[in-house]
Design a protein around this ligand. Structure first.
Ligand code: ZN
Length: 163
């Protein structure tokens, strides 16, 4: 029962769920999607540099405009930050559990705020090739245009106090 609401897996716990490496992240996508609070359930599964695996899910709020919704990738990043993970290395996102796609424009922008954004590998699994999982590194030229590079030193970790 408690497993149903698990958002964080240590490397060992993830391995016991069959996620022994980043290519197996989709094995936890249904766990992530089941956490969603929205009609269309989107799940995000991310692997951190520690080997820990984190889940994110979309959250919609009745009566609010979609721009106030929390996307699964954003939830995932907040989850990593709350757990003091310094680096997201791999990400898998799906709204149906079988097709894995790039984050939307808004989440791509959000992910760009992280120092190592260009090193995060997005797992892509297309409907036309259901058995193939491609690791797609974020190429610098694939970044959205007009995004400023923020001052270096920004990480997922909470700040260590005022400077
Ligand atoms: Zn998004």
């Amino acid at each position: 029962m408690a497993q149903q609401y698990r958002f964080v897996f240590t490397a060992e716990q993830a391995a016991s769920e069959g996620v022994t490496d980043h290519k197996k992240l989709p094995k936890l996508i249904e766990n992530a999607r089941n956490l969603a609070k929205a009609p269309i359930k989107v799940g995000a599964v991310g692997r951190a540099s520690s080997g820990g695996v984190y889940l994110g899910a979309n959250v919609e709020f009745e009566g609010l405009l979609p721009k106030f919704y929390i996307h699964a990738e954003q939830f995932l990043i907040a989850n990593l930050a709350l757990n003091s993970e310094p680096e997201l290395t791999h990400l898998a996102v799906s709204d149906n559990g079988t097709v894995f796609q790039d984050p939307c424009y808004r989440c791509t922008h959000f992910l760009q705020e992280i120092n190592n954004a260009h090193q995060i590998e997005i797992l892509i699994k297309k409907r036309s090739r259901p058995r193939r999982l491609i690791q797609k590194p974020r190429e610098p030229h694939a970044r959205p245009i007009r995004l400023r590079k923020y001052p270096p030193g920004r990480t997922l970790s909470p700040s260590r106090g005022a400077r």
